[in-house]
Write a protein that binds this ligand. Structure first.
Ligand SMILES: [Fe+2]
Length: 256
């Protein structure tokens, strides 16, 4: 019996030391797990900070892109008292129309950049042609028309302007292929350039220019509708008809 008791004692002893060892091992594992959790929390906090800083840098970069585009636009428009704010107005009309046609597309900043910069190539057109009240002679007209390609050459070298370059190049193409510079027709013309062409005409007709007086909105709408399928994309003309007079007049009144 004594031997058994000793063995039992010994058994209990080794059992409790085993429990002790296991408890210690568990505590160690617990400490390791806690440390890992703290590391993960630090890592997550670092990631949040990095993301926040990255976001701030992106916002800053975008703001400087917008400022650069506006500075370029203003440099072109500063020459011309008549078309002053034309780019800003036409960009606002264009964005409103694009939102109605494809809301996703309107969120891309390059769309607004293209609308604002459409006539940037006019920096290279002499004042005597740009401000001529009489009709242009063929040589002058050819020179004037070069502003689309000159603008494209300026803008296409700036990577952040991307799609904007296509608007600049193709904003004078006609649906029936009779426009310039490439004589593209129908859906060969980039969609944003087709949208832009309609609002460009709308603003040109509803504001005073060296070569023409402004006409009422209803007449401008009628002129555009009459050129649906020849100068303008018929689907875009239909979308313009859906924009109310109020919406268009509010945009015009908000940009002075
Ligand atoms: Fe133009």
């Amino acid at each position: 019996m004594a031997e058994v008791a000793i063995r039992e004692d010994a058994g209990e002893g080794s059992l409790s030391s085993e429990v002790e060892r296991l408890r210690a091992a568990l505590e160690d594992q617990g400490r390791v797990a806690e440390e890992k959790e703290r590391q993960l929390e630090r890592y997550a906090a670092d990631l949040r900070e990095t993301f926040k800083a990255e976001r701030a840098r992106t916002d800053e970069l975008h703001a400087s892109y917008v400022d650069t585009v506006r500075a370029l636009t203003n440099a072109v428009e500063a020459r011309d008292a008549y078309t002053s704010k034309h780019a800003e107005r036409v960009a606002a009309y264009g964005l409103e129309l694009t939102r109605n046609i494809d809301p996703e597309l309107a969120l891309d900043p390059q769309v607004e950049f293209g609308f604002l910069l459409h006539d940037v190539g006019k920096v290279a057109i002499p004042d005597v042609i740009l401000f001529k009240a009489e009709p242009l002679i063929p040589e002058e007209r050819d020179l004037m028309r070069r502003h689309a390609m000159i603008g494209y050459d300026i803008v296409s070298h700036v990577p952040f302007l991307g799609e904007a370059a296509k608007i600049v190049r193709h904003h004078h193409e006609h649906w029936d292929g009779s426009g310039y510079p490439d004589g593209l027709a129908g859906e060969e013309i980039p969609r944003l350039a087709r949208i832009f062409a309609v609002v460009d005409a709308l603003d040109a007709m509803t504001t005073k220019r060296p070569y023409s007086d402004e006409i009422p909105l209803a007449r401008a709408r009628a002129e555009i509708a009459a050129k649906s399928g020849t100068q303008f994309d018929p689907d875009v003309v239909v979308e313009l008809e859906k924009l109310s007079d109020d919406t268009l007049e509010q945009i015009k009144a908000s940009i002075t």
